[in-house]
Design a protein around this ligand. Structure first.
Ligand code: MRU
Length: 354
């Protein structure tokens, strides 16, 4: 059955506030939350109403504007409010480096706007800062499209491609990173068979990836996480592509918990394992994956996810939200600037020197 529908935008700037798609409620309900303050944005990021590395960065950029717009005591105080709001938003989640990248970019813009050789009024500073957040969002759309263009060169008609978590339009301004080639393939009439891991415990694969691809009319098959090995052994998977929250300087990749297991399975089956991300996800200041901070979330996500108790009360739980895939398992990293292959330590550095 043809189900093609318009893609949902996860973050919308609406003149004087942010309309944010509540991703916790998908796929059952499509609800946009009006966010007015930086506290609203912090809460939305922490509780996964907005999630996915680029979308977190975009929401946080608007959060900086919202948190500083009522500072009316002069540009110096306003600059301080921008810095304080950025520091506060930086505490919302630890792993996705796009959050810190976007906050740094907003702070740098505010510093530039208030520097002594530019004479902007306070009101102009605020409006230019808002424009910076809008630019971060619109640049992300083009970045993701380019990632899709490069990634698509790795795929051929009728390939089976497995993905984990959600690195789609919902996690970005549009198209996604890992899902971008699927949308571009569809635009070009090229058929790919996508397999989406459900992605325990929060089910981003089932609730978000399967939802957005199915809604767009892309051929997607949902599987439980523990079925990936079986479908690979059947020869149904020609490639794996995932997004990432942070790439270390040596090419180690942090992504949604379970990604590492998929990478090991891919290697065991001689299947290429691709990682798609914008340059803003590459963190050359973190030398290797063991130094990437890994968020641990509430036990309830595992013991009573979605309101149904599935484990005994009081049982010990370990719930890391991300894992690190060592660079040896990564075939290539696909960015808006092209496809990066090993040695990643050398080639990632070169990418930023270009
Ligand atoms: O906890 P989440 O849903 O924010 O985790 C998201 C992921 O791990 C994505 O794969 C990653 O952010 C890349 S999004 C383009």
């Amino acid at each position: 059955m043809e189900t093609k529908q318009a893609a949902l935008q996860s973050v919308i700037w609406a003149t004087d506030h942010l309309d944010l798609l509540d991703q916790r409620l998908l796929p059952e309900e499509i609800v946009y939350l009006p966010l007015q303050t930086s506290e609203d944005v912090w809460e939305a990021i922490r509780h996964l109403k907005v999630r996915g590395a680029p979308a977190i960065g975009i929401a946080a950029a608007y959060g900086v504007f919202l948190g500083s717009r009522n500072s009316n005591d002069g540009v110096e105080q306003w600059l301080q409010a921008v810095k304080d709001t950025s520091d506060y938003l930086a505490t919302s989640r630890p792993t996705a480096v796009n959050l810190f990248w976007a906050l740094d970019r907003m702070k740098a813009k505010a510093e530039e706007l208030t520097s002594s050789n530019i004479n902007h009024s306070l009101e102009e500073c605020k409006q230019f800062l808002l424009q910076e957040a809008i630019a971060i969002q619109s640049e992300d759309e083009e970045t993701c499209r380019l990632i899709g263009v490069h990634a698509l060169t790795l795929f051929e008609e009728d390939m089976g491609v497995l993905t984990h978590c959600n690195a789609g339009g919902l996690a970005t301004a549009k198209y996604g990173t890992a899902l971008a080639p699927f949308y571009l393939a569809q635009e070009q009439g090229m058929k790919l068979r996508v397999f989406a891991d459900e992605t325990r415990p929060v089910l981003q694969g089932a609730r978000l990836t399967a939802f957005e691809l199915h809604q767009a009319g892309v051929d997607v098959t949902l599987i439980c996480d523990n079925m990936a090995g079986m479908v690979m052994s059947k020869g149904w998977i020609d490639a794996v592509i995932v997004g990432t929250d942070r790439v270390a300087a040596n090419g180690d990749v942090a992504n949604k918990i379970g990604t590492y297991s998929v990478a090991v399975l891919a290697k065991a089956h001689n299947i290429p394992f691709y990682v798609a991300c914008p340059l803003s996800t590459i963190d050359l200041s973190t030398p290797s994956g063991d130094l990437i901070p890994i968020e641990e979330r509430n036990a309830e996500e595992i013991t009573e996810g979605f309101g149904k108790r599935t484990a005994p009360r009081g049982v010990k739980v370990f719930n890391p939200a991300f894992d690190v895939t060592p660079h040896d398992y990564v075939t290539a990293i696909i960015t808006e600037k092209g496809i990066i292959r090993p040695p990643f330590d050398v080639n990632l550095k070169k990418l930023f020197e270009q």
